[in-house]
Design a binder for this molecule. Structure first.
Ligand SMILES: N[C@@H](CCC(=O)N[C@@H](CS)C(=O)NCC(=O)O)C(=O)O
Length: 202
């Protein structure tokens, strides 16, 4: 049995959980919720102490989420969520990188409130990160990706980015981004794993 070291609120883990279901791999992978503060939790085998962490077929340790998605695609035979055609492939990978970059900025914004007392927060830093998120959403709103039969890694990442904006930022993106709103709803209707992985605070 392969293992996904997991967390119910992480958007990066959510990408992996959606991919597992899309690729029909659920019965080969056991999910284990990590205990971040427990130094003996096996996910710390990733020296960065970040989830997701995956243990592959031969016991190999695999991270971070883009690499895990590539491994899952390989397990499923290849060319499923990472297209083989070069144009489609690099479009999907670039969309994936854009959405992950926007997610990184979201997590940095949240970290200001999670880890810093109010008098030590740096507004200019939050504004800088918020600018990245806003510019990414503007570009995506101008041309949302066409939803493919089996969503690729870029589309999975976009759905998880929008889901994270709902979860941690009160869904404020929806009003100014009607095309992304429609895209999000179409993705949710097409991919049951999206609703099944809706994040919840413990
Ligand atoms: N680039 C990584 C990012 C993973 C990441 O930032 N995970 C967060 C949870 S959302 C985490 O584990 N944070 C704990 C920490 O940074 O100490 C990926 O794509 O897997």
């Amino acid at each position: 049995m392969m293992i996904l070291h997991s967390n119910a609120t992480s958007p990066y883990v959510r990408k992996v959980r959606i991919a597992i279901q899309l690729l029909g791999l659920s019965n080969r992978i056991e999910e284990r919720e990590v205990r971040f503060r427990d130094p003996t939790d096996p996910f710390h085998q990733n020296p960065l102490s970040k989830v997701p962490v995956f243990v592959g077929e031969n016991g190999s340790l695999i991270y971070d989420s883009p690499v895990i998605l590539e491994y899952l695609d390989h397990l499923a035979g290849g060319g499923c969520i990472i297209p083989r055609d070069p144009d489609a492939r690099f479009a999907a990978l670039t969309l994936h990188a854009l959405c992950d970059g926007a997610l990184d900025a979201c997590v940095l914004v949240m970290s200001e409130t999670w880890f810093r007392p109010p008098d030590l927060r740096v507004e200019s830093w939050v504004d800088r990160q918020s600018g990245k998120i806003e510019r990414a959403l503007t570009v995506l709103e101008a041309a949302p990706p066409t939803l493919s039969d089996v969503p690729d890694v870029g589309q999975i990442a976009l759905a998880c980015l929008l889901g994270y904006r709902d979860f941690r930022f009160d869904g404020t993106w929806r009003k100014a981004h009607p095309r992304l709103h429609a895209w999000h709803d179409a993705f949710a209707a097409k991919v049951p794993a999206f609703a099944a992985t809706t994040p919840v605070d413990p």
